[in-house]
Design a protein around this ligand. Structure first.
Ligand SMILES: *Cc1c(COP(=O)(O)O)cnc(C)c1O
Length: 392
């Protein structure tokens, strides 16, 4: 149960084990039931016409929704949490809750490409002006503010290229003009970064990744500050947003082991990168938790851990064919989108079309890796074999 009577706040690991469940409320069973529902029956007309009971209709929530939303509310330190049917849906709902016709939104150039696609194809239809900004701007982002700027979207580290952003500095200047600050915090999960404590108003997770954690369901979550909550709640309700109970349950189950999984993802990633850095075919590594990374200082200040998603550049002169051949030669790394499951994955990085204000070097070949829960020695052996096969 939550720690309402307990004055000392619980540590995150303890929260993960206890939050969002009420065993005594469900006959003592450890886990909450999965409520499959649409209609909710009322005892009499008076209760129905006055809305005099907790649940009215399953689209608006049920005990299963409440369990996961309640758990995340506690973890994120939020005024309220809404679930969405995918990470991208969470991004879209969060943005729609804080912009209107005539407004201007600033979005980090290094944001997840489908976020850009939503902003470029949907927002202009409703008269919202979209502008991308260099993620390195920090407080200087204020030079881009206009009288109609109402939202600033950050993502740290950046998609595919892993640049860190100075979120507290951006949030401070954004709040001076009363703009809403949104953050896609999928990389760190709410366990290793708590965006609301950095000044963010809407903290977004692709729950598909580490919260579900097993590559078997899609989920999005949005945690709101006091200021952002009413609008978020209203927009999610008006849009008819609803997540299937079995998927919510998988998210809730994933949360229980989030800490042990992330710790291992982190450790394995360090081992793999530590080996990769000495390979002659490899150029820069991309992972803000490395002391050599340009984003290390900010990561160290704002995050309490790092996850399994990282990247590397092949050394100068590597051809696209060689980089593709390397990926094809991997046996333990799956080739596929998404990440956050127990398994290791690799994809070639294509930046063309997904950056507008930061330079893209098309001759540089990059790989994004998700380091899973396998034994890192096996992962290293697999990469070593693939490198030797391609580069001799
Ligand atoms: C995967 C991802 C999303 C989208 O999540 P889906 O559940 O796949 O829609 C959003 N942001 C980031 C950073 C992601 O990695």
């Amino acid at each position: 149960m939550s720690n309402t009577e307990n004055k000392t706040p619980l540590k995150p690991d303890t929260q993960l084990a206890h939050t969002g469940r009420d065993s005594r409320g469900f006959h003592g069973f450890v886990n909450p039931p999965v409520v499959h529902a649409s209609t909710v029956l009322y005892p009499d007309v008076k209760t129905l016409v006055t809305g005099g009971q907790t649940y009215s209709y399953a689209r608006r929530g049920n005990p299963t929704t409440d369990s996961l939303e309640g758990a995340l509310k506690e973890l994120e330190g939020a005024a309220g949490v809404k679930l969405a049917n995918s990470g991208l849906n969470a991004v879209a709902l969060a943005i729609l809750s804080c912009v209107k016709s005539g407004d201007h939104i600033l979005i980090a150039d290094t944001s997840y490409q489908p976020t850009r696609h939503f902003a470029d194809t949907v927002l202009p239809n409703f008269g919202v002006k979209v502008e991308y900004y260099d993620p390195k701007l920090a407080a200087n982002i204020k030079t881009l503010f206009r009288p109609e700027t109402t939202a600033v979207f950050v993502e740290a580290p950046g998609s595919l290229t892993f640049e860190m952003q100075d979120v507290p500095a951006i949030a401070a200047v954004a709040h001076e003009i009363d703009a809403t600050v949104l953050m896609d915090n999928t990389w760190a999960s709410p366990l290793y970064c708590r965006p609301l404590s950095l000044g963010v108003d809407l903290s977004i997770q692709a729950g598909t990744k580490y919260i579900v954690g097993h590559s078997d369901a899609m989920l999005g979550t949005i945690a709101a500050s006091e200021k952002a909550w009413d609008n978020l709640h209203a927009v999610c309700g008006a849009m008819g947003s609803h997540v299937a109970p079995d998927d919510i349950y998988l998210g809730l189950r994933g949360l229980r082991t989030l800490s042990v999984r992330l710790e291992r993802h982190q450790r394995n990633t360090f081992e793999v990168l530590n080996w990769l850095k000495d390979q002659p075919q490899i150029g820069a590594l991309r992972y803000p938790a490395l002391e050599t990374d340009p984003g290390y200082k900010i990561w160290k200040r704002d995050f309490s851990g790092s996850s399994g998603l990282c990247g590397f550049d092949f050394r100068q002169g590597t051809t696209k064919e060689q980089s593709f051949a390397f990926l094809d030669a991997l046996e333990l790394f799956g080739l596929g989108f998404s990440w956050g499951g127990f398994e290791s994955l690799a994809i070639p990085v294509k930046l063309k079309g997904s950056r507008s204000v930061t330079p893209v070097d098309e001759d540089r070949h990059m790989v994004r890796l998700h380091i899973g829960l396998e034994d890192p020695e096996d992962l290293i052996r697999d990469m070593d074999r693939a490198l030797k096969k391609v580069f001799g």
